[in-house]
Ligand binder design. Structure first.
Ligand SMILES: C[S@@+](CC[C@H](N)C(=O)[O-])C[C@H]1O[C@@H](n2cnc3c(N)ncnc32)[C@H](O)[C@@H]1O
Length: 289
């Protein structure tokens, strides 16, 4: 069965003063949703949403999130893909270390779907943290996952990951793992360097095995792409990502083992508007000293 998104682009443009952004974003506003099995299980068993209300609940929630900011991950319901749990190369190891007492902070967690999936799979709530720039996304996450008032739930807080003096300052030197899920490509290379240097100060100090994991939009050529006026974004290939880590090492006196790979294929069905040399970059950098 398909459900109407019950919202039109003209509604969005009239209700938001960033109309130009929304007009551009029209290409990634899906009218229907197919909920993948893993997300369906999470929403039925963790959120306890009745199965016959799932699709309409998800669409209504997505429409409200869209008014906060029209990311493709919102418009195309990609928050239902649970991309961290689908990292077969690292998810079982991550879950095991959280169950053994390690902690994770998901930076730019949006609705917090990856953190809820970890909780559902048995990671203790005390090990789970999410930080997000837009407080509305955190609120909508509580609505979607219906856990705002649960005694035993993860900690979410508003924070700008580029701001060292903001709310993240309270969490300095605390975590074993940081997740950067589809966040790095939002920034220029200079901002990425600052972001990673800041991120290192959120991990336990001088602790081999602490790690920064994530995925980002990358590019076969490793390129800066224009964004809003006066802003650019850097999309890495494996070589440019390793060069970034080498620069981080030189500037921080730390050493990291880098695992990074680009998807082999471009998903033209998912990103018809994008450069065909775009690829998803998956990475895991682990501190060695
Ligand atoms: C493309 S979404 C990805 C969301 C989620 N991590 C995922 O993998 O589906 C990027 C998220 O990063 C957040 N974000 C962008 N800039 C940020 C910043 N400076 N500090 C914290 N979060 C930020 C956005 O609000 C958005 O929720």
């Amino acid at each position: 069965m398909s459900y109407s998104a019950d919202i039109s682009m003209s509604d969005v443009q009239e209700t938001n003063n960033t109309a130009a952004v929304y007009r551009r974003a029209a290409e990634w506003f899906d009218q229907t949703v197919t909920i993948p099995p893993q997300a369906r299980e999470l929403l039925e068993k963790y959120s306890r949403i009745p199965p016959d209300r799932l699709e309409q609940t998800v669409i209504n929630l997505r429409n409200r999130a869209w008014l906060t900011w029209p990311y493709p991950c919102i418009g195309q319901f990609r928050f239902l893909k649970l991309s961290l749990a689908n990292r077969d190369d690292l998810y079982p190891r991550l879950l095991a270390r959280l169950q053994a007492g390690d902690t994770i902070l998901d930076l730019g967690c949006c609705l917090g779907q990856d953190i809820r999936k970890l909780a559902f799979d048995g990671a203790p709530a005390t090990s789970l943290f999410g930080a997000e720039l837009k407080a509305d996304f955190i609120d909508l996450g509580y609505e979607l996952f219906r856990d705002r008032d649960r005694a035993n739930r993860a900690t979410f807080f508003q924070a700008d990951i580029l701001d060292q003096e903001g709310p993240l300052a309270e969490y300095r030197w605390q975590f074993d793992v940081l997740n950067l899920g589809m966040v790095v490509h939002l920034f220029s290379r200079a901002e990425q360097l600052a972001l990673f240097k800041h991120a290192i100060k959120l991990l336990k100090p001088a602790t081999p095995g602490t790690a920064i994991i994530g995925q980002a939009w990358g590019h076969l050529d490793g390129v800066a792409t224009p964004a809003e006026p006066g802003k650019e974004r850097f999309k890495h290939n494996v070589e440019t990502f390793k060069a970034l880590v080498a620069e981080i090492e030189a500037e921080t006196g730390t050493r990291w083992e880098v695992n990074a790979e680009l998807d082999s294929e471009f998903d033209a069905a998912e990103r018809p508007w994008d450069d065909i040399r775009t690829r998803r970059l998956l990475f895991e950098i682990t501190r060695v000293m």
